[in-house]
Design a protein around this ligand. Sequence first.
Ligand code: 5GP
Ligand code: ZN
Length: 114
Amino acid sequence: MEGCIFCRIAAKEVQSKIAYEDEEVVAFHDINPQAPVHVLIVPRKHIPTLNDAGEEDQALLGKMMLVAQKLAKELGVADSGYRLVLNTNRGAGQSIFHIHLHLLGGRLFHWPPG
Ligand code: 5GP
Ligand code: ZN
């Protein structure tokens, strides 16, 4: 989608530190990391929020989880622990309206989240 920063990153029109990519998904390091490991797993398809995903996106959403698992292993946080976050709409902290799964690891996380 024109003007969407994550579409532009996926298309490599905007530079990022890419951690993984395939034909459906791209993952890159967050520009403002909230933990030693902070990667965003993003579908190439522009879906604004999780509310906009449909049955046809089931496999894609599942793939995002498996990419997160693979990256957690590669980045050395699979055993120590990691958190996956998918903020939906402004009240939950979503600021970029192209869905993305945050993979956070490398430090202790508290519950409940802030
Ligand atoms: P949200 O608040 O929507 O859940 O998360 C958006 C995330 O995208 C934030 O953690 C923010 O730091 C990150 N972000 C925003 N713009 C860019 C960018 O241009 N490059 C990268 N690598 N991360 C970005
Ligand atoms: Zn987009």
